[in-house]
Design a protein around this ligand. Sequence first.
Ligand SMILES: [Zn+2]
Length: 271
Amino acid sequence: MIHAIFDKIGAPALTVIFVLLFLLETKFRLRKRIQNRWRRIIVNLLASIPSFGLLRFIFLPAMVWLAYKNETIHVGLNYLYALPSFIEAAIAFVLLDYGNYLWHVLNHKIPLLWRFHLVHHTDPDLDITTAFRFHFGEMIGSVFFRGAVVFLTGATPLTVLIYEIVFEAATQFHHSNWKLLIQLEKALNKIFVTPRMHGIHHSVVQQETDSNYSVIFSCWDRLHKTMRLNVKQDDITIGVAPYNNPAELTMGYLLKLPFTKIRKGKPTARP
Ligand SMILES: [Zn+2]
């Protein structure tokens, strides 16, 4: 199933989305760049290779296996009622996304998880390649949390796979440096996480990082009052203040960063 759905449909679709967003953020740039674009592409894509391998060969099989297992033992919300299968799938899809909101919050609040998620946030620029800059340790941790969410929702293997493909597409979109027409972005943001919204989450200012955790649907931030939209993109400095030396942030440094002494000192509020 992973081969038929993810490899044959999902991966090519995600590749096309990547190319389109890459071209769009080149033509319509939202935030000024700090670093040389090509150097960042190399660092971010190299740092993401272990995560790609884990995603395809451990994470996806684990999630689908759990969903298959669940079809025989029938644990989870979807087994509590008998609704048309597309409605059950829609409910599971939305709840899988809520699980990712909670997982993202935990990545910021639990020091051990922050060590790994920090690698993603140290990028001094934010564009589509940041969507791949995740430490493989974060992915290993997510297997347990997100696996539990698969079980709790009772999502089918197909729903899990479709969610993962849409999750990856949404992650590429909201990390992109694409300046959408403001009216279009405002309309999209009523339902989805958009580039300006997620840009605020990548600010060096702590209060701004402590907002906009949602992945696909923006409603989770509204629900938990963690939504923040009143910051202009031109006013945002992207990154983590104690890690603001791009020359230091090589691929090797990023891979070992979670196992080093974590520097403190984020600006707590905008002056
Ligand atoms: Zn984050």
